[in-house]
Design a binder for this molecule. Structure first.
Ligand SMILES: Cc1cc2nc3c(=O)[nH]c(=O)nc-3n(C[C@H](O)[C@H](O)[C@H](O)COP(=O)(O)O)c2cc1C
Length: 187
């Protein structure tokens, strides 16, 4: 429909333009040697002032509950393992009411050194979420090379996978594309 014609048909006193502003985004990361932290900071930068960043090591249930839009990030440490601080915290998620929230996940890994468990931490974090229906931000597996990943579901990855060891040149672009995608998914 031609929008000009559509607007002319509405009396000016009834014409209300509604601006929908994205609610705050809370980024919670677990990082052992700093790579996931650095990716979390890049994600925050891509969102601008809307996003706040926290180390899961210092997080509380109240902090996580205060956000409508959440991003959880973890690295992978062995077959199926999340980063240690996420492992310590993850069971506390079960007391949070996720009903009106959206959750996006990202994971760090190394597809050449660990091709049988690539970004497994991402897959395990997804698996341990109490409500998977609120997950957004799935990501294509195209462009990575690995044999197996717990993060793969229905031919896609359950969140953004970053391999800053083997594909550092792709990190910025992947983050920027993913964040644009999330801006549409978040409330
Ligand atoms: C002992 C060890 C085990 C690892 N296991 C895996 C793994 O199973 N899968 C994977 O994709 N990456 C694995 N990695 C790679 C890390 O996930 C990767 O180095 C990541 O960038 C670390 O992020 P962080 O410093 O933020 O914790 C492992 C690294 C180490 C040192």
């Amino acid at each position: 429909m031609n929008m000009n014609i559509f607007l002319m048909a509405i009396p000016s006193d009834q014409l209300k333009i509604k601006y929908i502003q994205m609610k705050k985004v809370g980024i919670f990361y677990g990082s052992t040697s700093g790579t996931t932290k650095s990716v979390a900071e890049k994600i925050q930068k891509s969102f601008g002032k809307t996003a706040e960043i926290h180390n899961i090591k210092d997080a509380t249930i109240e902090m996580i509950s205060s956000y409508t839009n959440l991003i959880f990030g973890t690295s992978a440490w062995g077959i199926g393992d999340m980063q240690d601080d996420w492992e310590d915290f993850v069971d506390e998620l079960s007391v949070i009411d996720f009903k009106d929230k959206k959750v996006a996940l990202f994971g760090l890994g190394d597809q050449e050194e660990y091709p049988e468990s690539f970004v497994d931490g991402l897959g395990t974090l997804y698996c341990r979420l109490p409500d998977k229906s609120v997950v957004v931000g799935e990501w294509p597996k195209k462009g990575y090379s690995y044999y197996f990943s717990l993060a793969e579901k229905d031919g896609k990855l359950v969140g953004l996978a970053i391999d800053d060891h083997q594909q550092p040149e792709k990190t910025e672009e992947r983050i920027s594309q993913w964040v644009e995608q999330l801006k549409k998914s978040f409330l």
